[in-house]
Design a protein around this ligand. Structure first.
Ligand SMILES: Nc1ncnc2c1ncn2[C@@H]1O[C@H](COP(=O)(O)OP(=O)(O)OP(=O)(O)O)[C@@H](O)[C@H]1O
Length: 240
């Protein structure tokens, strides 16, 4: 698979802090790449840098052959990149429907697309007219992902969708993301739940202290206890 997204030597500074120290990894088109790493490793900063919410001080972010690192966030989103932030970014006073209407950049909601998204996440249909603040944690997470895919995207960045969720909801999220993958949407997933990472990932990049410390096939990492131990000891935590 050709690479859809590539980070080349990306450094990010936030105020006086130097957070990313030359991040290099690629996201092959059509697959799921999982970004793993302990708390504070730089995963969210990497996602925000891709979206232009933080500016890369050095290095390049290549999307489909174009350097997007100098573009502003709306221009990056218009390239077909959706973002599900860690804090979910939903409007709690607005209904599920209103949240989705606001997320649709290209005009009114497409009813076939709405049927597909609510098929992936049935509670969105059940609670269509409910303020999002009344949804459960898992349902809010479903709404957050629904917003990012309410229109077709080439790439979606999802930051820890299983954080704090019960196993049944995690399974529903895995099923939905597998369906999304079938549409050829490329996924970059930050995930600390190794079971989820293993279930979805084709490729994996492991971060520690603002750098990539391992890249490869997820199957290789999943099948190599010694490598897991080395990387787990270094950085991975199986919290949810
Ligand atoms: N706005 C900020 N100002 C200063 N430092 C920040 C800011 N945001 C993040 N950092 C620091 O950057 C480092 C990386 O944070 P980041 O959120 O990218 O890590 P992470 O791997 O996503 O962690 P987690 O798994 O806890 O979400 C941390 O040391 C964090 O304290």
């Amino acid at each position: 698979m050709p690479d859809l997204l590539t980070l080349e030597g990306v450094h990010t500074r936030i105020a006086q802090y130097h957070i990313l120290h030359g991040v290099d990894f690629s996201v092959p088109a059509g697959g799921v790449t999982v970004l793993l790493g302990r708390n504070g490793a730089g995963k969210t900063t990497t996602m925000r840098t891709i979206m232009g919410l933080w500016r890369a001080a050095q290095g390049r972010v290549m999307f489909d052959g174009e350097d997007i690192s100098k573009l502003d966030t709306p221009a990056i989103a218009r390239r077909g990149i959706g973002y599900v932030p860690e804090n979910m970014g939903i409007f709690t006073d607005l209904t599920v429907k209103e949240n989705l209407v606001l997320a649709a950049a290209n005009g009114p909601l497409d009813s076939a697309r709405v049927d597909w998204v609510t098929g992936l996440f049935p509670p969105m249909k059940t609670f269509w007219n409910l303020p999002a603040g009344n949804l459960s944690g898992g349902q809010k997470q479903m709404l957050s992902v629904s917003r990012a895919i309410i229109e077709p995207r080439r790439l979606i960045l999802i930051d820890e969708p299983t954080k704090g969720l019960a196993p049944a909801i995690i399974q529903a999220m895995i099923t939905a993301l597998r369906e999304l993958k079938k549409t050829q949407t490329t996924i970059l997933l930050v995930e600390q739940n190794f079971a989820m990472a293993k279930a979805l990932g084709d490729t994996v990049a492991v971060m520690d202290d603002g750098r990539i410390v391992h890249r490869g096939a997820m199957a290789e990492l999943a099948g190599d206890a010694a490598l897991q131990e080395k990387l787990m000891g270094l950085s991975l935590e199986t919290h949810q």
